[in-house]
Write a protein that binds this ligand. Structure first.
Ligand SMILES: [Fe+2]
Ligand SMILES: [Fe+2]
Length: 261
């Protein structure tokens, strides 16, 4: 799956949902576990802007392609958050973007430290940081596709499942960007391969781990992937196709650490 920035730029748009029948949620409201998972996904999508901020102090932002993509990608993720917030709103759950942002600001010093740490780390390992960033992004986006598809399948809901399929469609383009970039960087450097292997195996965690409480992470990942070892293996295999990553199993490892098998 190759990635073309021009095509992406021309076709990048907000996920459409205004045409969907949201009244269907009156007749067939979503269950508690699904709403809890959606709430998590909504928060994570909205928080993407914070990852972008972190990214702007790293060498990746000096890469022209990466910077161009990031701007549009950031908007798409924000719109995913908006669509999910609309579904939650129909169930009386209010997710307020400004409130979320304020919460992040309150966590200020910790976040600032995180950004600083990432900046120092990225300068330390130089261009290999870009390889780490792109592979990490590929893992996140791959799991986003799998998570949305799985939630759609679990619900078979005339409105929710269509919306989730549309979102996951956009996530597949994000996968294409990150894997294309990661492949290039990894091909160029065996040092990057070693570093990426180490970080994926020991440090990678499911998306949202840094910003959501641990019980929420466990609920969501258990809800979507509990007892789905094959799904985790498939995700690992996608990463194993990248240069030098033939043996990595970040999904199995990270989910195992969360107690999900
Ligand atoms: Fe998204
Ligand atoms: Fe994405």
């Amino acid at each position: 799956m190759a990635f073309d920035l021009d095509t992406f730029a021309e076709t990048s748009e907000a996920v459409t949902w205004h045409d969907l029948d949201f009244d269907a949620f009156e007749e067939r409201p979503l269950d508690g576990a699904t709403l809890r998972t959606l709430r998590y996904m909504c928060d994570v999508e909205y928080h993407t802007s914070c990852f972008l901020r972190d990214m702007l102090v790293t060498p990746s932002h000096r890469e022209e392609d990466a910077a161009g993509f990031m701007t549009m990608w950031n908007r798409e993720e924000f719109w995913h958050g908006e669509a999910l917030a609309a579904v939650l709103a129909r169930h009386g759950i209010v997710v307020d973007y400004d409130e979320l942002k304020a919460k992040r600001v309150k966590l200020g010093w910790r976040l600032a430290l995180g950004t600083l740490k990432q900046s120092a780390l990225s300068n330390l390992i130089g261009p290999d940081f870009v390889a780490v960033h792109m592979t990490w992004g590929a893992a996140n986006e791959l799991s986003a596709v799998a998570a949305y598809r799985r939630l759609a399948e679990l619900n078979e809901h005339p409105t929710l499942s269509v919306l989730l399929q549309r979102i996951s469609q956009q996530e597949t383009r994000h996968v294409a960007f990150y894997t294309t970039q990661a492949r290039e960087r990894l091909e160029a450097s065996t040092r990057a391969q070693t570093l990426v292997r180490l970080i994926l195996e020991k440090v990678w965690k499911p998306v949202g781990s840094g910003i959501m409480d641990e019980p929420e992470v466990q609920h969501v990942m258990g809800h979507l992937f509990g007892g789905r070892a094959d799904d985790l293996d498939k995700l690992d295999k996608r990463l194993q196709r990248l240069p030098g990553l033939g043996t990595v199993t970040p999904f199995r490892s990270a989910f195992g650490r969360l107690g999900i098998r």
